[in-house]
Design a protein around this ligand. Sequence first.
Ligand code: PLP
Length: 721
Amino acid sequence: MAKEALSELDIDLDMIEHIEHDAGLGNGGLGRLAACFLESMASLGIAGHGCGIRYKYGLFEQKIINGFQVELPDNWLKNGNVWEIRKSDKSVVVKFGGNIRIQTTNGKDEFIHENYEPILGVPYDMPVIGYKNEIVNTLRLWSAESEKSDFDLSSFNKGDYQKAVEYKNSVEAISQILYPDDSSYEGKILRLKQQYFFVSSGLQSIVRRYKKKNGSLENFAEKIAVHINDTHPALCVPELMRILIDEEHFGWDEAWDITTNTLSYTNHTILPEALEKWPIDLFKSLLPRIYMIVEEINERFTKSLWDKYPGNWDLISDLAVISNGNIKMVNLAIVGSKYVNGVAKIHTEILKNKVMNNFYNLYPHKFNNKTNGVTHRRFLLKANPKLSNTISDAIGTKWIEKPTELMKLLKFKDDQSFREKIAIAKRYNKSILTKYIKDEYNLVIDETSIFDVHIKRIHAYKRQLMNVFHIMDLYNRLKENPNLDITPRTFIFAGKAAPGYVLAKDIIKLINTLAFKVNNDKLIKDKIKIIFIENYNVTLAEMLIPAADISEQISTASKEASGTGNMKFMMNGALTLGTLDGANVEIKDEVGYENMFIFGLKADEVIHYYDNGGYNAWHVYNHDYRIKKILNQLVDGFFEHEPEEFRLIYDSLLGHNDEFFVLKDFSSYVDTQSLVDEKYRDKQRWNKMCINNIAHSGIFSSDRTISEYAKQIWEINDKWL
Ligand SMILES: *Cc1c(COP(=O)(O)O)cnc(C)c1O
């Protein structure tokens, strides 16, 4: 209706939509997954609400200047946010610092928190709207404010204006900015403040509402499920204990029973650098009461371990919540949760058999798998109207609410005219992207070339470098033989690097430097083009993914817990070029090896090398002339400027023995890329492969993921579903 009304005024609703800023409140896959889950919960009619921080500045805006990433602040609230409603009457107080006084009355200890700094958590609610079902859930974002009014500040500080402003700023700093590190942990005190602020605000609001509705906390754990999404909110465990014991006057055992039946935890990564550990001293002075509770949890837990594993110090210290002067957030989350899950079959198996094996032996019943998913309503229906209409014309519109209906497309996989329609939708999306690249980057690309798309956070384990090396090899071959018969290709990259991650930023610079060289080389007759599209975000994903022929999912096997980009591409009929990592394995189980391009080391092989050694990057360098040439080109002035520019990349591979097996997997990757080139020449067969992928993508809808969480983790009765 809005669309029609606006069109009478000659205004395009889609244009208006594009003026609105993305809410960049997450770093990458983890935050986007949460957004998909909220959409699916609303669309499935589950009363599930999200909780987060209302960062004043979201994930930085990326600009590329002279090939380098430059970060600009993301002032997403600059023009206001029409979707949010500030609810000051639902504010809560979060207490930092101070000391705990123990007061004993009638033989019962009470813990009085004194001299703390009170911070006000003010909720801003945003609606999460279900698909055509009249259900609206809430995303509640917390903003940190001074509990003292501006007037109080000026009088308390006796006219010391500067101090008052400084104080106000220090309070507001808590919800000022999102930390831009994806999958790496930074032990900054402000980050711990953010975590506790968010957890305490959320839990206080849940408990308060429950009491208001039900008069008491009876049946709390039966009616409420709180999900710990990665370890960042692991403080839910001691905070819920604190609320139950200090504010609701439960005894320890009863509080523990409620807590461990309310909370569940999802692990999203096994990268060692992502595992959060907080030094006791820092933790204790910021959160004195929470520290006491964590200590008590640890004490009771390790006592029970001692009974079970007497004398096994190594094992007990590995499982303990506190060890070597640190609080281990993963351990805290596991001990305090009813269930623990991984996000793809292979990831959950690695958790159970390797990373969390000691916990798995202790609590086998806690562990389960919930393979990630994405909302097909955003990433197919909304992002790709052309393909969606083609699908609906063939099988009707039931797939929108029941994505496994997409399987009905298999009937048409040998239908010439349907194959043609799928190809037409792809060509249309490619032409939109082609125009965008011309308009924004003044680069002309060949619409009929293979669109080979690698978009995700820039990280060594995601191996953008391997893609770059394949392009360098292709370029080297074309230079030797300009008549080399290859299918024209457009290599498309996008992704942000954490501002402090020097290697990742060097990779961006390398992509752009190579792009400049290749795109301007007349000798190779436009057979390959490279483009790095700046500021990757969801809006861009919605344009890039529908236009892709090839989905690059080439992480070192065992490193990508699931991936969700892989699923978005599959839904849009792109073929996966990937390792058997994360959910790629399950994509393979669905479509079969014949409908994708699998290469490289397997997870067990990678893990075997990590455990036993036996890989030597120099060996590959010395025996593969292509690798030798490419690596030398990084440091010998091939790029016609500062020859030391890419020394760090060179050293990461040869000096530090190529931690992510880029060189090891290179030759298998290049062979598979040649296969892609060959297969693309048979258009009929290619289109059939695309249809197979779209048809099998239904189970990668977050609707499937969420119904599994609802039944098996949150234990929501059928009547709620
Ligand atoms: C889906 C998505 C991701 C996650 O991509 P992976 O390939 O799974 O790492 C990151 N950023 C954005 C904007 C996305 O839409």
